[in-house]
Design a protein around this ligand. Structure first.
Ligand code: URA
Length: 188
């Protein structure tokens, strides 16, 4: 492979591997610290993300920033954020398996360039694809799995937390656990 970030971003932004390229305004490549120990992976861009070309900039993104700030993480400094698919699925439907298949190579290259110690899957779509296909996110969020030397954890999607505020304390617990696992990995 041997691809660098500039090449990767340029090629990704020209991608036409699936039909989502026909309706996108922007490819949402990813943002954050390219040397971060923690990578967050969401589902796919929504309307605001599609218009601005950045992941998690809408309401759900603002809530994610709040959860991160609560455990003293910032998106610029401590993490890198990307999505399973880089282009918005129309009407925010779930990305189709063939769209995820077409897009996964970009994400895999991002992961191999960053070499994160921890990957946080935000929501069911990322968790099923990256952790295990039969994951039950309502039961298994906050549990760390070891995969190829990377600690992988699913968290409830911030958009789901906004729809169901009763889950917010559980999401905060998961963030605290992430902070603890990160501190153990990096201080110890
Ligand atoms: N939801 C996601 O999964 N990703 C985004 O970038 C925005 C909302």
């Amino acid at each position: 492979m041997g691809m660098n970030w500039d090449e990767l971003e340029k090629q990704c932004k020209e991608c036409q591997k699936c039909k989502l390229c026909e309706t996108r305004h922007n490819v949402v490549f990813g943002v954050g610290n390219r040397s971060a120990d923690i990578m967050f992976i969401g589902e796919g861009p929504g309307e605001n993300e599609d218009l601005q070309g950045e992941p998690f900039v809408g309401r759900a993104g603002k809530y994610l920033d709040k959860l991160l700030a609560a455990v003293d993480f910032s998106r610029e400094k401590d993490i890198y954020i990307a999505n399973m698919v880089k282009c918005r699925p129309p009407q925010n439907r779930d990305p189709l398996p063939e769209e995820q298949d077409a897009c996964i190579g970009w994400l895999n290259t991002q992961i191999s360039l960053i070499q994160p110690k921890i990957i946080v899957c935000l929501g069911r779509i990322a968790a099923m694809r990256l952790i295990k296909p039969d994951i039950k996110i309502t039961k298994e969020h906050g549990i760390f799995f070891d995969k190829n030397g990377i600690k992988m954890v699913a968290m409830l999607h911030p958009a789901a937390l906004l729809r169901n505020p009763a889950s917010k304390p559980a999401a905060f617990e998961d963030m605290l656990k992430l902070r603890q696992v990160y501190d153990e990995l990096t201080n110890g």
